[in-house]
Write a protein that binds this ligand. Structure first.
Ligand code: NDP
Length: 252
């Protein structure tokens, strides 16, 4: 009962935070990566930051998974999808990144940890504790099939585009260059586009408010940052391809 109450409150908080985040990021660029600047308190290395801030997403959902009452095949698939993404983002991506000695504000790490904990909580609670048993027949439901397809396609796009960015730099290099290839033909931030598509797929496959809250928050977080990146590229490189959009191919 207490958990159910907490679930509702956290879910409403995530939707509200998404609206606040979207509006704020249209005016203030999150101070990491190319927008790193003083005035945001102590910093740690970016590699450490990514591991620490994403870790709650790996572990919080595992608590719900390991204490869940029923376990159907769709639920097993959901935990595998979630952990496939978060093992990549928490452990593989930071170990591979270039220019990882850059500073990353501790304040942002704390905010991200709170979000990842809350997100792991609502998704973990909904899937494994809320008695929304997904029957085996869910495996052939079009929402599940299309959702899982979008999840993997989005994941492929953002991992591929992370890889292209990484290869623009040498091991200790922190310079920026124009990325080409794959979905960079269409947009300046295809890694963000892939991540948004992936969590829209998750929302569809789980057909849940918890999944939807994650997709909405991801878009609210990444669309303003993609718009900033797009303007930054155009300002920084006179030869930047004019036909690229920011994040949604042919649209924005
Ligand atoms: P960016 O695209 O800004 O940067 C990704 C990496 O590539 C960084 O190491 C960056 O270095 C480097 N890089 C970026 N552009 C260039 C360039 N032109 N030349 C050389 N190197 C470059 O992504 P973020 O750091 O914002 O995010 C990383 C990943 O995390 C993304 O895949 C994103 O989708 C995901 N993410 C998801 C969120 C969510 O809400 N679900 C929130 C935030 C991120 P540097 O750091 O030095 O700029």
């Amino acid at each position: 009962m207490i958990l159910q109450h907490a679930y509702r409150i956290v879910l409403i908080t995530i939707f509200s935070a998404a609206a606040i985040t979207f509006v704020s990021l249209m005016f203030v660029r999150a101070p990491y990566g190319r927008y790193t600047r003083n005035g945001w308190g102590p910093m740690v290395r970016a590699r450490v930051a990514w591991i620490v801030m994403e870790a709650p997403a790996v572990f919080v959902i595992l608590i719900f998974y390991s204490t869940g009452t029923s376990m159907t095949t769709p639920l097993t698939i959901f935990i595998l999808l979630w952990q496939t993404h978060y093992v990549y983002r928490t452990f593989i991506y930071p170990l591979l990144m270039r220019g990882a000695r850059k500073g990353f504000p501790v304040a942002l790490i704390l905010m991200a940890m709170v979000f990842n904990g809350a997100n792991g909580f609502v998704n973990g609670y909904h899937l494994f504790h809320a008695e929304n048993a997904y029957p085996v027949s869910w495996l052939v439901d079009p929402r599940f099939l299309i959702g899982v397809f979008l999840f993997f396609w989005g994941m492929y796009v953002h991992i591929r585009c992370d890889h292209i960015l990484r290869n623009l730099r040498g091991p200790e290099d922190t310079d920026y260059r124009i990325p080409y290839g794959s979905m960079y033909r269409f947009v300046s931030a295809p890694n963000y586009f892939g991540e948004i598509v992936q969590w829209c797929g998750w929302a569809l496959a789980t057909w849940s408010l918890a999944g939807l809250s994650f997709a909405v928050f991801t878009a609210a977080n990444l669309i303003p940052r993609a718009l900033s990146h797009h303007k930054w590229y155009a300002r920084t490189f006179p030869e930047y391809p004019k036909n690229r959009k920011a994040v949604l191919p042919f649209v924005m």
